[in-house]
Write a protein that binds this ligand. Sequence first.
Ligand code: GRF
Length: 192
Amino acid sequence: MTKVVVLFSGKGSNLEALIERLHGKRVGEDEIRIVPITNRPDAGGIERARRHGIESVVVDHTLFESREAFDAALVQAIERHDPALVVMAGFMRILTPVFTSRIDAINLHPSLLPLFKGADAIRKSFESGMKVGGVTVHRVTRELDSGEILAQACVPIDANDTLESFTKRVQALEHRLLPETVVALLKERAAG
Ligand code: GRF
């Protein structure tokens, strides 16, 4: 069995897309298990995962004295599962070297990096005057939203789009691109 840890903080629509695409399925010889981990006991993704019979691990960041102490507890929770891959899907935490020096992770970001790093990326894309926005999956490094780009895809910004209509298309693309990228990485790993 091969585990994929998914870190999330919010509604977990990307977590659910990964569960639906991968949990209990085979990639190569391996059966994949999704292990959801969140920093928020009230994250909506906990209920979404539960609907698929999956309990999430909660490492509540408010219970820790410092970022480093939380990151150390998060690293421990991840390493306990010895995952083949760690995916950040809407994990709203700035990570310290305590995490980035120990864990190789990939992250989903809702803009065409290196444009619009950080928070509010969808609105920044929408208001940029560009004709396209998009989604990026990249490796996590110490510097925010700056690691090697693994996958990208564009979303047109139409003249009659609203922020809401554009956001819906970005999120629909995320739910496709992230699982596709995770499967490709797992196949690469299985091929050795
Ligand atoms: C996604 O848009 C992701 O790109 C961003 O946060 C959002 C998470 O959404 N980092 P969800 O919790 O997966 O629904």
